[in-house]
Design a protein around this ligand. Structure first.
Ligand code: ADP
Length: 227
């Protein structure tokens, strides 16, 4: 059986802990995502999908419960260890791609590889070129990302998310801002990397047709996973 890349056990998340406005947003989430699984995340606005992705992405911590990423239990890790774990295991694609506007497509793809090096080395350039080629954007390598269309920018963001060849990709409404054709192209690209590299993907979407093309769908409703 494939090994779990993500494992949450009874995860709760409350904001403003100890204050009068304390609110619990996630109420005991159990979730296992296996290597290679492409899982859609659906649910109404405000139900806790982004909070869940932020926790799985190690951008925020659970208030209680257990979270394992790539086999590592995270509750005892300090910020430095979490950053390392995130950098090596998790790629992110956001709705608003968060590319760096002043840089080329190639430089944006190389950013996660920069690490402690502080400058770009030849193997990084080769890898970024290969990734841009794999998302069909080789000829745009030197263009500033602001010169690209929304769909192309999102494909650069997908290439960037693959820079460290992570076993897990978190995609928070990556097609939400695109027209149908561009959304379909980005979805197909995610499917392609999912199949080719065996990476697990959590894909937040409001589009039932796209969710139907994933391996499974989980629904977040009022901070709980609906069976
Ligand atoms: P979704 O992604 O499903 O739209 P979110 O995870 O963004 O839902 O939000 C779930 C709930 O958590 C909302 O009621 C939101 O207002 C609340 N929330 C999110 N982030 C914070 C925060 N930093 N502080 C307080 N409440 C928050």
């Amino acid at each position: 059986m494939a090994e779990p890349v993500v494992s949450l056990r009874n995860v709760h998340k409350a904001f403003n802990l100890g204050r009068p406005n304390e609110t619990e947003v996630l109420h005991g989430i159990d979730l296992t995502l296996l290597r290679g699984e492409f899982c859609a995340v659906m649910g109404p606005s405000g139900s806790g999908k982004s909070t869940l992705l932020n926790i799985v992405g190690l951008l925020d911590r659970p208030s209680s419960g257990s979270l394992c990423i790539a086999g590592a239990e995270t509750s005892t890790l300090d910020e430095h260890a979490l950053t390392r774990l995130r950098g090596h295991n998790i790629g992110f694609v956001f709705q608003y791609h968060n590319l760096l506007a002043g840089f080329s497509a190639l430089e944006n793809v190389m950013m996660p590889m920069l690490g402690d090096a502080g400058f770009f080395k030849e193997p990084m350039v080769q890898r970024a070129d290969m990734l841009l080629d794999s998302v069909g954007l080789a000829r745009w390598r030197d263009s500033r990302v602001t010169e690209l269309s929304g769909g192309q920018q999102q494909r650069v963001a997908v290439a960037r998310s693959l820079a460290m060849d992570p076993p897990l990709l978190l995609a928070d409404e990556p097609t939400g801002n695109l027209d149908t054709q561009a959304a379909d192209a980005v979805f197909e690209l995610l499917r392609k990397v999912n199949l080719a590299r065996g990476m697990a993907i959590l894909f937040v979407t409001h589009n039932p047709a796209l969710a139907g093309r994933c391996d499974r769908t989980i629904r977040v409703v009022d901070g709980r996973l609906q069976a």
